[in-house]
Design a protein around this ligand. Structure first.
Ligand SMILES: [Zn+2]
Ligand SMILES: [Zn+2]
Length: 241
């Protein structure tokens, strides 16, 4: 299985990431990726850019060094109602919107509260991908979340950095999510969550897990540029209409 896109990366604008968009795109090209999404953290995270940053992303070229660059955000789910931290006008301009639970931005709750927060975020038609749902700091009812992902046409991420450098203790949760997603027929995506250009396209640990579980290419969003564009078009993303 070949992954042609990395749909979860951070530039220096995130405040705790270390490479420019130029460097990210250059590395993506060197590593033969056809597409990357720049998905800097939403404004609620300390050090993250103001909403204006997201509003102005259209000044960037759509293709850099031959790599299609999606202008996106990794929004913060900020409460148990699944609200996220970018106003609708801005969300509508994005090429892709990821959302997830992060310390400082989200109060943290019981399994029921976390599950509700994630499901409510998925019910927001502006949310395309739920990132790192396997984070053990925020336990969720995995099957309920997967079911809601299917019903709301949202994709769940198997986050490569969760299996390597971040969110210790994620491996078992991610494996269980992958197995249940496969069984229930949900689409998944693999993201690097790169915070430096050196990690752009670092997807191999998640890819191994997903292949072990028996996913086919059709069930993994970022195996096909055509499928990614079709998905984002279906979600109403302007760039692909
Ligand atoms: Zn980050
Ligand atoms: Zn994150």
């Amino acid at each position: 299985m070949r992954l042609v896109a990395d749909l979860h990366t951070h530039s220096i604008a995130s405040g705790h990431a270390y490479s420019t968009i130029d460097e990210m795109a250059r590395t993506a090209a060197l590593r033969k990726l056809e597409m990357i999404a720049i998905t800097d953290h939403g404004p609620a995270m300390p050090g993250a850019p103001h909403a204006y940053y997201f509003g102005n992303l259209h000044v960037l070229p759509e293709v850099i060094y031959g790599v299609e660059v999606l202008k996106g955000i990794e929004a913060n789910i900020v409460d148990f109602e699944g609200n996220i931290d970018l106003p609708l006008d801005y969300l509508k301009k994005m090429d892709i919107v990821l959302a997830g639970l992060h310390a400082v931005c989200y109060p943290g709750g019981s399994t029921d509260q976390n599950t509700r927060a994630v499901i409510k975020a998925m019910e927001n038609p502006q949310v395309d991908i739920i990132v790192h749902p396997g984070n053990p700091v925020y336990p969720i009812d995995q099957r309920k979340v997967i079911q809601a992902a299917i019903e709301n046409d949202t994709v769940l991420e198997i986050n490569n950095s969760s299996l390597t450098v971040s969110r210790a203790g994620s491996c078992e949760n991610c494996l269980n999510i992958a197995r249940a997603a496969k069984e229930m027929g949900a689409t998944i995506v693999i993201g690097s969550d790169a915070h430096t250009s050196f990690d752009v396209g670092n997807l191999s640990t998640s890819l191994e897990m997903v292949m072990e579980v028996g996913f086919t290419e059709e069930e993994v969003l970022n195996t096909s540029i055509k499928r990614i564009k079709e998905y984002l078009r279906q979600k109403g993303r302007k760039r692909f209409l």
